[in-house]
Design a binder for this molecule. Structure first.
Ligand SMILES: [Zn+2]
Length: 284
């Protein structure tokens, strides 16, 4: 990606080597993580507190120590986040609204969040209660090695997807969906709403890609394909096949590879959030 002219966001909080919780990541967590698949996004509390009824927010935002030395990866993440800020400020402004920037927390292993303890085994996620995106950069190694989806634009897409969950939060979309999910009813129906929310986040991520590229020509040849490969690699169907050897559509919470690619592409091609209504169509 070409990010040389992109200013770094001031909203990155580096907790690596600082106040991380050295909790052991147990087998249980790993099993849940695999079943839940990556890119949790909208509500880690659903996973982390599953079964416990109401979730108790833990005190979050313990002051981080002095940030670790600025490495290349931190700079990359800060620039991508900075780029999402420009794009979403612009889109919100055009709609007569104000965009509130989310924070992005870098951590290793585990860290306290307002949604419970965040663990890297769960993949990157967004916590609506503290409006922060959490990412353990080790995920990028997974993306490259385990999911065979290398490339900077693929890495940027991961951040854009989580920021998209923040946008859904600001727009009140996630709250509506959660209310609908809690209204009782079948688990399959709740899962389908999750899928629609996730696919919309993919579409919003695409909108960011389109706008950022139009404004600053950040995407280099071949990188679009890399991001699509990342979207495909983390579809529920492919993850399930890898982890349990079979595919159970009713348990999907993020969408199939094909769906994820389709909606990301739709946002990327159009650059228009109105193209991201994943809740109306019968088929996705
Ligand atoms: Zn997500």
């Amino acid at each position: 990606m070409r990010l040389d002219n992109q200013r770094e966001s001031q909203n990155v909080e580096d907790r690596r080597g600082g106040t991380m919780l050295r909790g052991s990541v147990g087998i249980g967590t790993l099993v849940i993580a695999l079943a839940a698949s990556y890119f949790l996004g909208i509500d880690p509390a659903l996973i982390m507190d599953s079964g416990s009824g109401t979730s108790t927010p833990s005190p979050a935002g313990r002051p981080a120590r002095a940030p670790a030395t600025k490495d290349e990866m931190t700079s990359f993440v800060s620039r991508v986040l900075g780029s999402t800020e420009i794009v979403w400020h612009d889109i919100f402004q055009q709609a007569g609204r104000r965009y509130q920037e989310p924070k992005l927390v870098l951590f290793t292993g585990a860290t306290p969040t307002a949604c419970g303890t965040g663990r890297s085994a769960l993949g990157p996620f967004y916590c609506p209660a503290d409006q922060k995106v959490y990412i353990d950069l080790a995920f990028y190694r997974d993306l490259q090695e385990r999911f065979r989806a290398p490339g900077e634009f693929a890495q940027a897409y991961v951040i854009a997807h989580e920021v998209a969950h923040h946008v859904q939060n600001l727009l009140g979309i996630s709250a509506k969906i959660h209310a609908a999910q809690q209204g009782g009813g079948r688990q399959a129906a709740a899962n389908e709403l999750s899928v629609r929310l996730e696919l919309q986040a993919d579409c919003f991520a695409g909108v960011w890609g389109h706008r950022a590229d139009t404004m600053q020509q950040i995407v280099e040849p071949g990188e679009m394909e890399q991001a699509l490969a990342a979207a495909a690699a983390i579809g529920d169907d492919r993850l399930q096949r890898q982890t349990q050897g079979q595919v159970v559509p009713e348990s999907f919470t993020h969408g199939t590879s094909r769906q994820r690619v389709r909606w990301f592409k739709r946002g990327m091609d159009s650059g228009d959030v109105r193209q991201c209504d994943t809740f109306s169509p019968e088929s996705l």
